[in-house]
Design a protein around this ligand. Sequence first.
Ligand code: SF4
Length: 724
Amino acid sequence: MDSAKPIFSYRRYWAHRFGPAPMLPMSRAEMEALGWDSCDIIVVTGDAYVDHPSFGMAVIGRALEAQGFRVGIIAQPDWSDAKAFAALGKPNLFFGVTAGNMDSMVNRYTSDRRIRHNDSYTPNDEPGKRPDRAVIVYSQRCREAFRDTPIVIGGIEASLRRIAHYDYWSDKVRRSVLVDSRADLLVFGNGERAIIDIAHRLAKGQAIGHLDDIRGTAFLRNAVPGDWTVEASDHLDDEPGVPDAGWEGIRENALEKAFGGTGVPAGEGAHAGRDAGAADSKGDTDSNRTVVRLPAFEQVRDDPVLYAHASRLLHRESNPGNARPLIQRHGDKEVWLNPPPIPLTTPEMDGVYDLPYARAPHPAYGEAKIAAWDMIRFSVNIMRGCFGGCSFCSITEHEGRIIQNRSEASIIKELENIRDKTRGFTGIISDLGGPTANMYRLACKDRKTESLCRRPSCVFPDICKNLNTDHTPLIELYRKARALPGIKKVHIASGLRYDLAVRNPAYVKELVTHHVGGYLKIAPEHTEAGPLAKMMKPGIGTYDAFKAMFDKFAREAGKELYLIPYFIAAHPGTTDEDMMNLALWLKRNGYRADQVQTFLPSPMSLSAAMYYSGRNPLRPVRRNGSEEVVTAKGLKQRRLHKAFLRYHDAENWPMLREALKRMGRADLIGPGKHHLIPNWQPAGTGLSGGEGVRAGRKHGGQKFYTQQTTQSRRPGLPARKKDA
Ligand code: SF4
């Protein structure tokens, strides 16, 4: 893998002489108090500003501040008026725009496309404080406020919408967010490395249009520069005998063999527009001047099979050790994606997490409660990334498969900071984890092998023999954390990868004996082989093995502990029979799920590609002969799948009775223990159409709509008033 310039090795910008701000300013008055006449960079965010390393705007803001730049924050501005975007004046270098820690559509709508009644990233949980598709709307208002100021978009929303993507909320394939936002650059994945480079290069006077060689960035260009070779993959090769491009094994050149061909548009290779500066580029993508062409936006919009093919290619080009740049035509423009960022080293991770965060919400929020802050204020993130590759999840796509670890010393220092500085700390650490609880310091045994690998998961279909699964460093970290004076208890609340844990009995013993208080939530997600294979999750037998180990160590510790398994309804590849079998498993094992999750196709995920295309992008995608995937799409069938998860809720019984009869399983209706549901109905129940008591009361009768389906003057603005 290429080496990268260490992020803290740049010569600091002259404004470092102002020193770090106690809080990044959100008003002109705060800027003046700091002695600033202007900001170098202004971060616009859809979340309330909390100065803590779990919040994207704080991490990026503080990382840029450490480089010497003056960074201001505009949090949850009134998006109907460009004036709100000029509140801190014109930034000297650029606007950084993010929707916040969540995609704005996921934040606002449920998986049934209903409006949520709360927003955990807003003071007092108030909903409606950010627009739908916030990156697009904020970028447009920034442009209106200061027409010539560069705009750099980033965060999860921009990251996962960087190419043409299926959008569940409008049920169509949308263009790359770059096109709709008209931003100058898009930063995807963990953004520190890219944003720091962008800031220094703009500060040196380089034009934003010439920054075309930074990993982890995407941009629009008119044509492919002449010194690049285009490897076309904008068609499907369905000839018999094509070498299998499956993900099994390490096949660096499988893509080329399987998807070779022509298809380069006329004019390829011309220099134009943004490309005028390309010849001067000396960036880290120069070593390999081959770019892979994905099917165009118009093609994937009109042809679901090509969409699945593009999704497969994108995911195969996601390892920073071997990924090549990608291009995707949108009309007369090319969306150009540079390879993903080089993961941060441990000293860099420590540097980012050790920045002078105030570890509190901005004082402007007063005593207002911010639920997301309350949830993490006593927890510590020990690593980034996930090599699980669950196909419905965005973590691997955003943070990458290579685990980026903090050092023990840095983690211990943060625990001491919480103990000594965080208001309300009672000695209980609520979590010591990350995207996954138990991937700390786990990695491929061989760096060279890792850099060649194109597998989407290191643990599916089985744990790779090249993976180091030793949990000893994590056990040692737990021991040091709970030995700290003033720390009474350290809980582990992050999701546990139990297929890894079960190979480390000493870890499970440590976890159960010291770090679980009553319940441990884990996510088998399903019991049936069909959906599990599409999710890239281990079989339920692994869960059973883990449960046996968990129960044994709980008994030995004299503790009464319970596992709470989580499941997803209606994931692609799930039939009604699969859900029925899951319900029977739940009943056999005495589980009654309260909160249940129906599959939500998040932008760019492999599962979303299955949902939209009906093909399996985990296998070779061909015009004829691709594996087809069935998915519950209609509201009625999705509700049925959810109802199976809550088989014990009388509201769901009429729907389940009808379904079981249709499926020829009326034998499961009756009064016995072996029946799934009874044949009688309690008075006053079963009237909510299968919505269940909890959901029915809260959400009944609402319609689904988005701001984009109302008549509006510009995207994101309120609807026009009717003419009088
Ligand atoms: S451990 Fe992971 S990166 Fe290494 S060869 Fe196996 S799948 Fe690839």
